[in-house]
Design a protein around this ligand. Structure first.
Ligand code: NAD
Length: 351
């Protein structure tokens, strides 16, 4: 039986992780620490709050004393550290919050873990750090995908702050012997993603008859992974990953932004065809007025320093831990579209 402290558990991936974990390991204790920034939403966890094994703590990862108290009070043996500022565009307009949370906040978590797990009451433990493929920088169309040994070359303040936090996690293992693992995952999508991010923005803008903004030529390539597939990878690393190691998690699913728009728009049109009540709920959405959703696409000025291509070589987790993504891109997009249609009450307040 594990006792987990999950930071950022009221955000997109953290929420999905909490449900994944409580469903799969009903005997485990799951404590959330979340500051409820604009990206955190306690409503996400309403169903989890009914579970006696679950507890929500409203607090900041920068509060080292609080983290130490939680580690002791709940006898935590596993930290899964999701909490971060996560939106690249926001890091360009206001990098300070990214430095505070992603770098200083991660360091505060590491200091607390070191003090309680190594100095005060030594015990078997694991600090799993959630990171991103953005730390590796950008690729040309002919470069091989990022592997765990690709040198870090972050280009945005977000990526740089995550890179710095990865280095601190590594250093706490090498210097103090903290038992850490890190995963660098590609772009996630799925339920509970804040509607500022590309895929939910597209879906909610179609429902609201708003333009679908595509940066520059729309040929920027990312690897995309359904959020539960990311969380299954984290589960495997916690179970079988080697202490001190880093694992890339990816979907072998490179897609350019335009290809995604061209997948989502017809799926939205089909949904309106299949469910006539959608036209009553969203009378202004293009498919309700006989127009394809794709008529909303507009090209906007490209993001500063926009990385051209990310691709991830996840062979290590495939071969060492037997990982495999389960949800195909089309299947995952259909599930996600359905979720945003069913959960209008959730996103309506956020846009
Ligand atoms: P998110 O922005 O949806 O959620 C972040 C959560 O962290 C929120 O609940 C927020 O309230 C909380 N938080 C922020 N600052 C905090 C602080 N100082 N103290 C406590 N809680 C705080 O992010 P996400 O998309 O779920 O990403 C989670 C993690 O996964 C991040 O570390 C991110 O870098 C990483 N990641 C994300 C993706 C992706 O595609 N979303 C891909 C790879 C890695």
């Amino acid at each position: 039986m594990k006792k987990l402290l999950v930071t950022g558990g009221a955000g997109f991936i953290g929420t999905n992780f909490v449900y994944y974990w409580l469903d799969k390991y009903p005997g485990d204790r799951v404590i959330i620490l979340d500051a409820l920034t604009y990206a955190g939403n306690r409503q996400n966890l309403v169903r989890a709050e009914k579970n006696s094994k679950f507890e929500f703590v409203h607090g900041n990862i920068l509060d080292q004393e609080l983290v130490e108290t939680l580690l002791e009070k709940y006898d935590i043996d596993t930290i899964v550290h999701f909490a971060a500022e996560s939106h690249v565009d926001r890091s360009i307009t206001g990098p300070d919050e990214f430095i505070n949370t992603n770098i200083i906040g991660t360091h505060s978590m590491l200091k607390a873990a070191r003090r309680i797990w190594l100095d005060k009451k030594p015990k078997e433990h694991r600090f799993h750090h959630i990171s991103t493929d953005e730390v590796y920088g950008t690729l040309t169309s002919s470069d091989p995908p990022f592997s765990e040994t690709t040198p870090y070359a972050p280009n945005s303040p977000y990526a740089a702050s995550k890179a710095a936090s990865d280095h601190l996690v590594r250093a706490y293992h090498e210097t103090y012997g903290l038992e850490v693992t890190t995963s660098n995952c590609s772009n996630n999508y799925g339920p509970y993603q804040f509607p500022e991010k590309f895929i939910p923005l597209m879906i909610t803008n179609i429902l609201n008859n708003r333009p679908i903004p595509v940066y520059g030529d729309g040929k920027q390539i990312r690897d995309w992974l359904y959020v539960d597939d990311h969380n299954r990878g984290v589960d495997l690393i916690l179970d079988k990953g080697k202490i001190g190691e880093t694992y890339n998690i990816g979907g072998n699913n490179e897609q350019c932004n335009l290809a995604i728009v061209n997948l989502v728009c017809p799926i939205m049109d089909q949904m309106f065809d299949a469910f006539p009540e959608l036209a009553r709920r969203y009378p202004n959405a293009p498919p309700s007025t006989g127009r394809p959703s794709a008529t909303l696409i507009i090209h906007v000025e490209d993001r500063a320093g926009h990385d051209r291509r990310y691709a991830i070589n996840a062979d290590k987790i495939f071969s060492a831990l037997g990982y495999e993504p389960k949800v195909s891109f089309e299947q995952g997009i259909r599930r996600t579209v359905q979720w945003y249609i069913d959960w209008e009450h959730w996103w309506k307040k956020l846009i």
